[in-house]
Design a protein around this ligand. Structure first.
Ligand code: ATR
Length: 284
């Protein structure tokens, strides 16, 4: 007997060009499930309606993206520790009518980074950026035992991020303003550099947070930007002889973790990555 078709959704605005539908639908196909994943453009005034629809129609799970990751928390029945830790939700699971919020952004980023560059425990990491993505990543890094320095254009935002992570983890986070000389000195002492800003994203692919002269061989450079896949920063890293980890890994891993939360099945991570790459090549 065929299983009842389960429906999963992405709520965000914009959602055009999202790689999540091809990733999840490829995973469902691979595992022989007849579930379906649909991206739903959800303006802020319709977030409440989207949540009501989830409950009323029995939508099994949803991904939450910009601009709803914080606002969604007010509509849920329960928050998992992963969501409480970063005070943001990117995954909602409908468990027998109760909506539970999770956050897989930080753990997904860490899984991708460690898959490409090895364990972060005891490593010195410079994270550029202090937005929502940076907060999830820094929390995961610190929890995993890395020694983290945050550099941000707006220093006050970096201080707030450090305070939040310190309050949640009991471990300290260093903060510097995003100035070339200071960043260069911090990178010189670091094992890993992560760009957690949107700098270098299409259509401004010419921009970078650091140039080759600021990097060194032995450094691992990770960009969360994946459009383009090889960003200017990753090109500069190659020039400097540093190892690179592209941004698609984070996207794929946060999705794979969501898949596991919803279905309790082992996600076909490679199938998901290939589907994302194919969708990007097709100009999605
Ligand atoms: P997200 O939730 O995706 O992290 P965000 O909260 O808007 O997005 O954060 C964007 C990050 O990119 C911030 O750290 C921002 O720096 P500010 O805090 O100073 O705004 C950073 N950022 C964006 N454009 C930048 C630029 N041109 N130069 C340096 N940093 C930039």
């Amino acid at each position: 007997m065929k299983h009842r078709r389960e429906i999963f959704m992405l709520f965000g605005d914009p959602v055009e060009g999202s790689l999540s539908p091809p990733m999840f639908n490829a995973a469902f196909r691979r595992l022989g499930m007849n579930s379906i994943y649909i991206a739903v453009k959800t303006p802020p005034q319709f977030l409440a309606a989207a949540v009501a629809m989830m409950r009323g129609l029995g939508v099994k799970g949803a991904n939450i993206t910009i601009p709803h990751k914080v606002a969604i928390m007010g509509y849920l029945d329960k928050l998992d520790k992963s969501a409480k830790d970063v005070e943001a939700v990117n995954v909602v699971a409908n468990v027998n009518g109760k909506l539970v919020g999770y956050n897989t952004d930080g753990t997904g980023a860490l899984a991708a980074l460690e898959a490409g560059g090895g364990p972060v425990r005891g490593k010195r990491v410079v994270v550029v950026g202090a937005g929502g993505a940076a907060r999830a990543i820094v929390h995961s890094l610190v929890t995993a035992g890395a020694d983290v320095c945050v550099a941000n254009r707006t220093i006050e935002k970096a201080k707030v991020l450090a305070e939040i992570v310190e309050r949640k983890t009991g471990k300290s986070v260093k903060v510097i303003p995003l100035e070339k000389k200071l960043l260069k000195d911090a990178i010189a002492k670091a094992d890993i550099l992560i760009n957690a800003t949107s700098v270098g994203m299409q259509p401004k692919a010419g921009q970078t947070i650091a140039t080759a002269d600021m990097l060194h061989p032995g450094l691992i450079v990770n960009d969360i930007v994946y459009k383009p896949l090889k960003t200017r920063l990753l090109k500069e890293a190659e020039k400097a002889g540093a190892k690179t980890v592209d941004g698609l890994g984070m996207l794929v891993n946060q999705a794979a973790l969501a898949f596991k939360i919803w279905t309790k099945k082992e996600p076909p991570v490679e199938v998901m990555r290939e589907a994302a790459e194919r969708a990007m090549e097709a100009g999605r």
